[in-house]
Design a protein around this ligand. Structure first.
Ligand code: PLP
Length: 429
C-alpha cells in the first residue's frame, strides 16, 4: 500500500551527533569517550566538527611530539611514500638502519628492534627476559604497583593495576608487582625464578610519579648483583618529554654515578612516531643478539615509511631544540600550576612531573563539581576544561595529565594556565 502520510523531514542533527551515532552503531565500545568529535588541527590547536577551537595539552596522550599537521611530518610521509612504503623485514632498507643508529647514539651501546605500538615493544622485552633466563629456568618479571605496560595479554599481566586485568583472567604467568620507588620491596620480591625487573622512569597512567635517583641506581645495583635484566618502559615518559631523551637521563642529571647508568632494555612508542603508529625497543650491547634470527618478528615493524617519519621527528627536535623547550615550557607550566595550587589549596593538592609530563592532583570530593557523579573527578574535571576550550588527559581518580607537543610555545602554555585557573575559580564559586 502506498504511504498516504508523507515521511517527516529528516531531523536536523549536528555533525557531532551524527558521528557519535556511527560509533554507537558500529564501533566496539571499549573506550569511554568524551563528547567531542575532532576534524583537524594545527600545532597545539584542534578543531571540532562544529568549528570550535581547543588548545591541546594532551597531545594525543603524549604522542603528537610536533603537534598536529606538522609540515615536516607531511613532507616525510609524502617523500618516502613516493619511494617505498613497505617491503617486510626479509630485506634491508636504509631508513630503519639510520633510525636504529640514531636511537643507539641517543641511549648507548646496543641495538634496536622495531614494532608498531608500546604494548608490542613491551612484549618484545618480556620475550627478551624469557630468552635471557631460559637456560636456568628463570622467567619472572617484577613490575611496580600502579604501572601501565599495555593492553595485550602480556601487557595486562605486567600492569600493576587490577582494573586492566578484571574479566580477562587467567593472567599470563610470571608477573608480580611491588610498590614503586621501594627498593627494599623489590629486593624482597626477587625469587630464584626472577629474570627481569621492569619499571617506568615516570609512571604515566599511574598519575605522573617519577622514579627517584636512589631507586634507579639501587635497581641497577640490585640487577647486577642478582643477574637480572633492568627493563624500562619509556613509552610515555621518553622521547625528550622530560627534557632529555630518556627520563632516567633527566632524573639522574648531576647525581654522582648517574651518567654511568644504563638499563638493559628500553621500550619506546608514542612520541617516537608522532602519530604514525610505531614502537621500538633498545637492548644493551651484551644482550643485543639474544633474539637471534627466527625468534621474534612483526610484519610491519620498522617500515621505511614509519622510520622516515621517526627520523624527521628526531631531526626537527634537534634543529628546533625541543628538548630545551620541553624543559623550559614545562617549568613555566609547573610554576604557574603551583601558583594556582597555592591560591586554591582546597582544590589542587599537588603538582608534579618533569618537562612536559605534568600531573595535577586534585583534592578528593570537590564540592559543586558538575557532571555525572558515577564518573571520576578526573573525568569530570577534564570535561569542564574541555567546555572551556582546553584538552587534558585524566589519570586515576583525581589526577589530570598535561602531555603537550614538545614545541608548545610560551603563549600557548600561558593560555592553558589561564583556562585551568578560570575553571578552578568557577568551581570555588
Ligand atoms: C601507552 C603506554 C603503553 C602502551 O602503548 P600502546 O601503544 O597503547 O600499546 C605502554 N606503556 C606505557 C608506559 C604507556 O604509557
Amino acid at each position: 500500500m502506498k504511504e498516504i502520510v508523507p515521511a517527516p523531514p529528516p531531523i536536523v542533527r549536528n555533525q557531532f551527533e551524527t558521528i557519535r551515532e556511527l560509533f554507537s552503531q558500529n564501533v566496539v565500545p571499549s573506550y569511554g569517550r568524551f563528547d567531542l568529535a575532532l576534524s583537524h588541527g594545527s600545532g597545539s590547536y584542534l578543531f571540532d566538527v562544529d568549528g570550535r577551537r581547543y588548545l591541546d595539552l594532551g597531545g594525543g596522550i603524549a604522542v603528537c611530539a610536533l603537534g598536529h599537521a606538522h609540515p615536516g611530518i607531511t613532507e616525510a610521509l609524502v617523500a618516502q611514500s613516493r619511494k617505498l612504503v613497505h617491503i617486510s623485514n626479509l630485506y634491508y632498507q636504509e631508513p630503519q638502519g639510520r633510525l636504529a643508529q640514531a636511537l643507539v647514539a641517543l641511549v648507548g651501546p646496543g641495538k634496536c628492534f622495531f614494532c608498531n605500538s608500546g604494548a608490542e615493544a613491551n612484549e618484545g622485552l618480556f620475550k627478551l627476559a624469557r630468552k635471557f633466563g631460559h637456560d636456568d629456568g628463570r622467567f619472572e618479571v617484577i613490575t611496580a604497583v600502579n604501572s601501565f605496560h599495555g593492553r595485550t595479554l602480556g601487557g595486562i599481566a605486567a600492569t600493576g593495576q587490577d582494573k586492566v586485568k578484571k574479566g580477562f583472567e587467567p593472567m599470563v604467568a610470571g608477573f608480580r608487582h611491588v610498590p614503586f620507588n621501594d627498593l627494599a620491596a623489590m629486593r624482597a620480591a626477587i625469587s630464584p625464578a626472577t629474570a627481569a625487573i621492569m619499571i617506568e622512569g615516570i609512571q604515566g597512567e599511574g598519575g605522573v610519579t617519577p622514579a627517584t635517583p636512589e631507586y634507579l641506581l639501587g635497581l641497577r645495583a640490585l640487577c647486577d648483583e642478582k643477574r637480572l635484566l633492568l627493563l624500562m618502559d619509556s613509552v610515555q615518559c621518553g622521547h625528550f618529554r622530560s627534557g632529555r631523551f630518556q627520563s632516567f637521563q633527566r632524573i639522574l642529571e648531576g647525581v654522582p654515578g648517574g651518567d654511568k647508568f644504563l638499563p638493559d632494555g628500553i621500550s619506546m612508542a608514542k612520541s617516537l612516531g608522532g602519530g604514525f603508529p610505531m614502537g621500538a625497543f633498545w637492548v644493551r650491547a651484551p644482550y643485543a643478539d639474544l633474539l637471534s634470527p627466527g625468534t621474534h618478528g612483526t610484519t610491519y615493524g620498522g617500515s621505511p615509511l614509519a622510520c622516515a617519519v621517526a627520523l624527521k621527528i628526531l631531526e626537527v627536535i634537534e634543529r628546533e631544540e625541543l628538548a630545551a623547550n620541553a624543559r623550559s615550557a614545562g617549568e613555566f607550566l609547573k610554576t604557574g600550576l603551583e601558583k594556582v595550587a597555592r591560591t586554591y589549596p582546597g582544590i589542587v593538592q599537588n603538582v608534579r612531573g618533569l618537562g612536559l609530563m605534568i600531573g595535577i592532583e586534585f583534592a578528593p570530593g570537590i564540592p559543586n563539581l558538575p557532571g555525572d557523579p558515577s564518573k571520576t573527578q578526573a573525568i569530570r574535571l577534564t570535561s569542564q576544561l574541555q567546555a572551556a576550550g582546553l584538552l587534558v588527559i585524566p589519570a586515576g581518580a583525581s589526577i589530570l595529565r598535561l602531555l603537550p607537543a614538545l614545541n608548545l610555545t610560551r603563549g600557548e602554555a600561558a593560555e592553558g594556565l589561564r583556562i585551568v585557573e578560570s575553571v578552578i575559580a568557577r568551581l570555588v564559586g
